[in-house]
Design a protein around this ligand. Sequence first.
Ligand SMILES: *Cc1c(COP(=O)(O)O)cnc(C)c1O
Length: 382
Amino acid sequence: MKFGTKVIHAGIEPDPSSGAIMTPIFQTSTYVQDEPGVHKGYEYGRTQNPTRTTLENNLAALENAQFGISFASGLAAMDAILKCFQPGDEILCTNDIYGGSYRQLVQVFGQYGLKGRFVDMSDSQSFGALISPETKMIWIETPTNPMLNIVDIEAISALARGKDIVVCVDNTFSSPFLQNPLDLGAHLVTHSVTKYINGHSDVIHGCVMTNDQEFADRLKFLQNASGAVPGPMDCFLVLRGIKTLHLRMERSCRSAEKIAEFLITRKEVSKVYYPGFKDHPNHEVAARQMSMFGAMVSFDFVNNDYKTAKEVLRSTTLFSLAESLGGVESLIGHPASMTHASIPKEERLKVGLTDSLIRLSVGVEDVDDLIEDLSSALDRLT
Ligand SMILES: *Cc1c(COP(=O)(O)O)cnc(C)c1O
């Protein structure tokens, strides 16, 4: 089944009790048993819920996985993954990782002895030397946030093979439409479903997909034992959002390309970060592992001045100033003070995340209007 069909049909059957074509919202905390232990596969709402089961099967299919496990948020999904490791284990991470993921690994799991090490993964040739005997997981984000660096999933997965090292890809920025890490050798793929997969900025949700039975069992155990489960209403909304994932992604990616091409022509702009550019350091890797180049664009100013960035952030009207990404509406953000504020400034500057960097999440509006919005914001600069 091709992707555009999976989003509509994979794992989804009409409701057997009524024939409803849309999966009902099973808003219930418990299920009646015929006699003790005799039930229809559902006992208690934290443990199982039919709306959630349908969503999990659909999510698994999108990443060509056997198993999908969903959580109350992207960070709850990460929390479950990290709980599969032991004190002393080292998690080797992409250095410009999502701020909340950095915070969780360092400030929460650091207390329990997990060691996060943050490294540049853009050169897969030299990456092998960074693996240590303590390394138990490699945590990849690609494209990275907000610098849009590209990490070669296949090359890094090959380096981990045979070494008892788990490779996990946070695939939020690509969505399963653009990139399928399990097919490239990763063991786990996780998403903040909040972003592209749901796509309508009305739900917080996360998931993990895998083909590894042992991991799937452990994650299902943790889903129930730690209890960070999504509600049935949210599962329903995500199921609805997924149905247009391919259409939204295609439109947003096309528009992002046009916007990147527009920004590079502006004299105020010093640099545009976009994996679709031929001179992007890992453009070839992106072209190999992604079907399109994504819908995120970051850019910086010639004068490197926060005041200039602030003026632009304040004056766009279609691009709303907000955290998050991946919705139908376009957003503009300031990573240094918003999404990445929890990362120390020295760390930020090392990866080029200056105080004047702006990040765009391109939605599905008409691209001419989006360009006009940016153009007039730049024209207004004093
Ligand atoms: C938003 C985000 C997360 C966290 O997801 P939540 O749903 O907000 O908990 C993790 N990784 C990336 C790349 C994100 O953009």
